[in-house]
Design a protein around this ligand. Structure first.
Ligand code: GDP
Ligand code: MG
Length: 597
């Protein structure tokens, strides 16, 4: 069959286990890139990704490799390495028949290794378990293989051993891909069916659509239809990443590549959608399509209100390349005109915010993030709420619902008690534990997403001294006893500081926020009253004493969190202030609601 020489596969791994380094070795060993040309991390080409060492967007590559006299076409589809992008991982898995399951030979199986392995197994991919970094002097291959066997039901005899750094074992691994991963099914004679697994925006060509051909043949000039929206386009250019974009005359069933078709807006191109022929369409689109759904929201306000339009333009530019990011104008009493932005998760939020800082000169204030909520009103209507300001009066609410995740931790066995305590405190429900070995254990809970984004990651890292990892998936919405907690500064309600919290923790959260605010807001010539309230009921209060004549500078406390460091770095000396009534409130204060002790 024509697809017999094609292999489509991806590498799945926990962050830092060496996915990008190994991908670079594939380019070297197949001669696609010379040693001289290879930049560090060719496949992770975005600056931010390189800085943070995380693959955010997927970069596919097509290479050719000869084995026993046959030249094979190998398509490596890189997957993003963070929970925020789980859906994109699942779509890129759907474009493959096999997956290299990579584990660091020292660190062993981690939370993301497990989560991604199960996604791959669910997608019916042939798994090639692989130990990486076997060159490390402290590598412990037998121990890690034991973990893979225990956690992932891997057959120890099938485990490949490589070093992405030195190149040892990489050619054997390529041979294993050819041997073990089945060639794609699909038929060139069938009606066109292609899976969109990614895209990016090019200023000159419009949207570049990344596809895996399932059936049929695609050629320039062909009229195609995006099945989700029914929109039709004519193909202008097609190609493959080898790794540079290289034009081809056609793409046929089983192949991986890209096309352009003068598509002006990335929102028309949905990851997971199916491309078919406009004239002779396929009967059924690919299964498993999901709308991208932002789960985390926060407000973004220009410090100078006259920069509102500039901010809109900057957000629009970001959106060009990222359809899962959303923004809507929002007005706040305290902060004026700004936007409520939606993100897939906390990392996505950080990335977008950093790009904004970098690409625009705008001076911005960002409010604390919250999750999406559902509210069933007494009149029966169910509304989706993206921020505290959208919450209707308590009297109108019949049921408040919040997103729940299933969260898995992979931790040293000695930390299990601490972690269970942490989860219980955060309204978690125990699901199960599983020992990988005597030293390491998987702990699974169901928990509100709000508790996860609040501070869980930082707490996990500190409790486990950096050794714990976590991964989660959203299960759906469940009713909870939630309330809107308002913050008043000098008698004025600051809507940008309101938070939605569980009733039982409202008082504690209120006290925490006020304490932080007291640290962040400078003394004024008058006493500043701080209050936290549910409706008209004040649940916590603090005061900032009036300035005495000889007090000139404020002394910052020792509690410097990671987030604040980040802000300080980004602020680069400029002080971001907002005037609330007569009180000057710095940017840090708006993040105070995010921080715990
Ligand atoms: P990714 O996050 O999975 O893409 O991981 P990277 O490829 O960025 O690698 C993470 C770190 O591990 C980098 O500092 C690499 O230099 C290092 N690394 C990757 N592969 C190897 C290996 O085989 N041996 C050793 N010693 N280090 C490696
Ligand atoms: Mg990487």
């Amino acid at each position: 069959t024509p697809t017999a020489i094609i292999r489509n596969f991806c590498i799945i791994a926990h962050i830092d286990h060496g996915k990008s380094t190994l991908a670079d070795q594939f380019l070297l060993k197949t001669g696609a890139v010379s040693e001289r040309d290879i930049k560090a991390q060719t496949l992770d080409s975005m600056d931010l990704e390189r800085e943070r060492g995380i693959t955010i967007r997927m970069h596919p590559v097509t290479v050719y490799y000869e084995l026993n006299g046959t030249k094979y076409e190998l398509n490596l589809i890189d997957t993003p390495g963070h929970v925020d992008f789980n859906y994109e991982v699942s779509r890129s898995l759907a474009a493959c028949e096999g997956a290299i399951l990579l584990a660091d030979a020292f660190q062993g199986v981690q939370a993301q290794t497990v989560a991604n392995a199960f996604l791959a197994i669910d997608a019916n991919l042939k798994i090639i378990p692989t130990l990486n970094k076997i060159d490390l002097p402290h590598a412990r291959p037998d121990f890690v293989i034991g973990e893979m066997e225990q956690a992932l039901m891997v057959d120890p005899d099938e485990v490949m051993r490589v070093s992405g750094k030195t190149g040892v074992g990489v050619e054997d691994l390529l041979a294993a891909v050819i041997d073990r991963v089945p060639p794609p099914a699909g038929s060139p004679a069938a009606p066109l069916k292609a899976l969109i697994y990614n895209s990016h925006f090019d200023t000159y060509k419009g949207v570049v659509v990344y596809i895996r051909m399932m059936d049929g043949v695609l050629k320039p000039g062909q009229r195609i239809k995006l099945m989700r929206t029914g929109r039709e386009y004519v193909i202008t250019e097609m190609g493959q990443f080898r790794p540079e974009p290289t034009k081809v005359d056609e793409l046929s069933a089983g192949q991986v590549g890209f096309f352009t078709a003068n598509i002006k807006n990335i929102e028309y191109v949905n990851i997971g959608d199916t491309v078919t022929d406009a004239v002779a369409p396929t009967a059924e689109p690919m299964a498993g399509y999901k709308e991208p759904k932002p789960m985390v929201y926060s407000g973004l306000f220009p410090v100078n209100n006259n920069e509102f339009e500039d901010l809109r333009e900057a957000l629009g530019k970001l959106k060009l390349n990222d359809s899962s990011f959303t923004f809507q104008p929002e007005v706040s009493d305290g902060l004026g005109f700004g936007f409520r932005c939606g993100f897939l998760g906390m990392l996505h939020r950080e990335i977008i915010q950093q790009r904004l800082e970098r690409d625009s000169e705008l001076n911005l204030v960002q409010t604390a993030p919250n999750v999406t909520f559902e509210i069933k009103k007494r009149d029966g209507e169910v509304i989706t709420v993206h921020g505290p300001q959208e919450v209707p009066d308590a009297g109108l609410i019949e049921e408040f619902r919040e997103p729940i995740v299933r969260i898995s931790f992979l931790i040293p066995a000695g930390n299990i008690g601490d972690l269970m305590g942490m989860c219980t405190e955060r309204r978690g429900t125990f699901v199960r534990t599983e020992y990988l070995s005597q030293q390491r254990v998987i702990l699974v809970y169901e928990m509100p997403l709000a508790e996860v984004i609040y501070d869980l990651y930082d707490k996990l890292k500190s409790v486990t001294h950096g050794y714990g990892t976590m991964d989660y998936e959203v299960l759906g919405f469940r009713p909870a006893d939630l309330v809107k907690l308002d913050i008043l500064v000098h008698g004025q309600k600051v809507d940008a500081l309101s938070v939605i919290v569980h009733r039982t923790s409202a008082e504690r959260r209120g006290r925490q926020v006020l304490k932080k605010l007291r640290e962040e807001i400078d003394r004024h010539l008058f006493e500043v009253a701080l209050q936290a309230a549910i409706g008209a009921r004040v649940v916590a209060r603090e005061n900032i004493a009036a300035m005495r004549k000889n007090v000139t500078a404020k002394c910052y406390g020792g509690d410097i969190t990671r987030k604040r460091k980040l802000w300080a770095k980004q602020a680069e000396g400029k002080k971001r202030m907002k005037q609330i009534g007569q009180v000057e409130v710095p940017q840090e204060a708006f993040l105070a609601v995010l921080e715990s002790d």
